[in-house]
Write a protein that binds this ligand. Structure first.
Ligand code: IPE
Ligand code: MG
Length: 243
């Protein structure tokens, strides 16, 4: 029996997030430059998005570049910030005609004009697609996201548009970059690292966590199915007790 047959269709996670990790080690193992790991890793995002869609996942949120990743050597940052634009240009028609909606979240003020133009164009071209929403987190960090939300809320209070007593959990959820996304069900991190690394700190409150030693460029459809099967064995009680 293939792994896919073990998946219960009604209990496929609606929203999966992934901390993709291990591109560099994947390349190193093959004596290739790190950039080749990033290239393979970038293509894998599209393969896994298609696989997730085929399995019935509706939202996939991927941590591509963090607010801390700028600390990497300049040539690596440059590669990550220019290569995807070239690839997206190459496959533009295919992406624009797919049924996947692409959204980018994170800071936008440190991205180049070329990058931003591509982001705006691809978001616009895919905005009516409904099979799966693929959210790419680029220059994203949870501390930054929550700080931005707090500033927005504070200014609404200051301007008299919001009463302090009306601030509740939903107010915060609705000011995060992820405000249009549903509750997160499953977080996957590849490459054996057991950390959250400033990703979706608020949103992860009741997500199930899944860690695998597989490096991101090797994480394929079978690995995704394995993660979903594992998820389906969990008993999600959200702080309650078993019925
Ligand atoms: C993930 O792979 C990609 C980014 C964070 C941009 P890494 O580049 O972190 O790969 P390792 O951890 O060096 O193997
Ligand atoms: Mg890493």
């Amino acid at each position: 029996m293939s792994k896919k047959e073990l998946i219960i269709p009604e209990r496929v996670p609606n929203h999966i997030a992934i901390i993709l990790d291990g591109n560099g080690r994947w390349a190193k193992k093959r004596l290739l430059p790190r950039s080749m790991g990033h290239r393979k890793g970038a293509f894998n995002i599209s393969d896994i998005a298609n696989a997730a869609r085929d399995l019935g996942v509706k939202y996939l949120t991927v941590f591509c570049f963090s607010t801390e990743n700028w600390k990497r050597p300049q040539d690596e940052v440059d590669f990550i910030m220019t290569e995807p634009i070239k690839e997206i240009k190459k496959y533009y028609e295919k992406i624009a005609n797919s049924n996947i909606k692409i959204k980018i979240i994170g800071r936008r003020d440190r991205l180049s004009k070329d990058f931003l133009d591509m982001v705006n164009s691809i978001e616009d071209a895919t905005k009516d697609h409904e099979a799966l929403t693929l959210t790419l987190c680029i220059d994203y960090g949870s501390y930054d996201e929550i700080t931005t939300a707090v500033k927005e809320i504070a200014s609404e209070v200051k301007n008299g548009n919001l009463n302090i007593d009306d601030i509740n959990e939903n107010t915060i959820t609705n000011h995060l970059f992820t405000k249009d996304l549903p509750q997160l069900d499953l977080l996957i991190r590849t490459s054996g690292e057991l950390r959250i690394s400033n990703f979706l700190l608020w949103q992860l409150a009741y997500a199930e966590l899944y860690f695998t030693d597989t490096l991101w460029p090797d994480f394929d459809k079978k690995e995704l199915e394995k993660a979903i099967i594992n998820y389906q064995s969990r008993d999600r009680r959200f702080g309650g007790i078993k019925k």
